[in-house]
Design a protein around this ligand. Structure first.
Ligand code: SF4
Length: 81
C-alpha cells in the first residue's frame, strides 16, 4: 500500500508540473535503462518537464515513471537511484 501512496504523491507533483534536480538525475538513469518500457496507459500522459521518460513505465515494479521519479520515497528496484 505504501507504494500506491508514493505513486499517488508522485502524480500530485506531476499535475503541478513540479520537477527538480532529484527527478532529473533519476530520469537520466531510467532513460538509459532497458527496463524502461512504453506503458499502455502511460503513453497517453505527456510529461513536458521530463520528456526523456515520457510515456514510460518500469518493467520491474510496473510503476509509471512520471510519478515514480517524482516521489521522494520511491527507489529504483535495481538500485540505480
Ligand atoms: S526505476 Fe530503475 S529499473 Fe526501473 S526503469 Fe528506472 S532505472 Fe530501470
Amino acid at each position: 500500500m505504501k507504494q500506491v501512496s508514493n505513486i499517488a504523491q508522485g502524480w500530485g507533483k506531476y499535475f503541478k508540473g513540479e520537477v527538480g534536480a532529484l527527478e532529473k538525475e533519476r530520469a537520466k538513469e531510467c532513460e538509459q535503462c532497458p527496463e524502461a518500457i512504453v506503458g499502455t496507459f502511460e503513453r497517453f500522459m505527456p510529461d513536458n518537464s521530463l520528456k526523456e521518460i515520457q510515456g514510460l513505465k518500469c518493467n520491474i515494479c510496473k510503476c509509471p515513471l512520471s510519478a515514480k521519479l517524482r516521489s521522494k520515497n520511491e527507489s529504483c528496484p535495481l538500485g540505480k537511484w
